[in-house]
Design a protein around this ligand. Sequence first.
Ligand code: NAP
Length: 413
Amino acid sequence: MDSGLLLTLDFPARTETELTFVVANSLKTQIFPRCCHHPRTRLAFFQNQKWRTDKISYQTHHFFNSFPALTSPRNPLVIATATATTATNMVKAIRVHELGGPEVLKWEDVEIGEPGEGEIRIKNKAIGLNFIDVYFRKGVYTASEMPFIPGREAVGEVIAVGPGLTGRKIGDIVAYAGDPMGSYAEEQILPANKVVSVPESISPVVAASVMLKGMTTQFLLRRCFKVEPGHTILVHAAAGGVGSLLCQWANALGATVIGTVSTREKAAQAKEDGCQHIILYQEEDFVARVNEITSCKGVDVVYDSVGKDTFQGSLACLKTRGYMVSFGQSSGVPDPVPLSALAPKSLFLTRPSMMHYNQTRDELLEAAGELFAILASGVLRVRVNHTYPLSQAAQAHADLESRKTKGSVVLIP
Ligand SMILES: NC(=O)c1ccc[n+]([C@@H]2O[C@H](COP(=O)([O-])OP(=O)(O)OC[C@H]3O[C@@H](n4cnc5c(N)ncnc54)[C@H](OP(=O)(O)O)[C@@H]3O)[C@@H](O)[C@H]2O)c1
């Protein structure tokens, strides 16, 4: 090291450590994140007016409670004293103890545990809110344990890696979407093979607003039904989180996009997002309007995430051999569909999940790569219209469910 102060510190494993330094008579405080292995020593440098902690070495001697005054032989202006306090291993998270309305989302202290083999621990920077979180909170989908921490999408910094793990290091910014549940937390443990690196050009908040919704859009448009120039498509809830991305991406692929929305404000957004035709489906009969727009030919595909309220009408909007892609149920689970409902037009019906389209590591990397590439190209306008502190997840849920939100909603820990 050319200049500055070198401190050699032993960190107790799995604890947060606050160090206070007096440097050239001014007080500096640095919070050091948790260390992954015990005992581990970090080297902290004061260099070029910044604290750097990017070098790590192993030593096996004792824990510390406080440090004596230290001086730097190389820089007489730097005189440091360091004291350390250790915090507990608890983090804040939202937990659900009983199914119900937004009020069952409780802000609590939780113990997260250690990353095991093949795992990492991340400190979340931004957490995507998705309608699936509402389904689990209400019991439309069943969580595997109770109580549970909701959430299936986050972007964070790696703060610990499990024993022997290669390919990930402390400080990496990573994102995940899908499994496992548990992102409504300041920190969480993740399987390393479920995360992808986030390009530096994409901020954590933007990444958290598009990982799940954008990879859903990717599989819906590119793999489930392959949208091509000349196709006419119907997108319900066109101003929603997924809807906004679907309309923009489909438009860029050369499709004619018909979108349904509940309000004029949402209609204005859908228009900006490339919907050539917008239907206010609470005021107008959307089947009649689609017939009018397509001269009774029908659409090639319907992307229906609304479910109960729109399902039957969506079938009626399809052309012969059209594709019904029922990928959500924001208004409730659709009624059972007899096979005979598909026969009059030889329709295709699928009920896909992003998780089944991103099952392998290669599929995940390809979907995320395509998403990041289209973001970099500027084709997608990412609408982070709403951010809430994580502690106020209940308010965010209430707003999403009552159709007050447009575009993406992000929770900030
Ligand atoms: N299968 C998959 O892999 C997958 C992955 C991601 C998301 N999804 C699904 O995609 C949908 C969109 O998810 P999102 O997170 O982006 O949510 P969102 O679309 O931002 O929010 C839901 C929207 O649905 C519309 N809606 C219609 N009837 C509703 C009702 N009774 N209650 C509430 N909303 C109603 C509302 O738009 P209007 O006000 O314009 O009607 C509302 O804004 C959800 O159904 C979700 O489950 C599926």
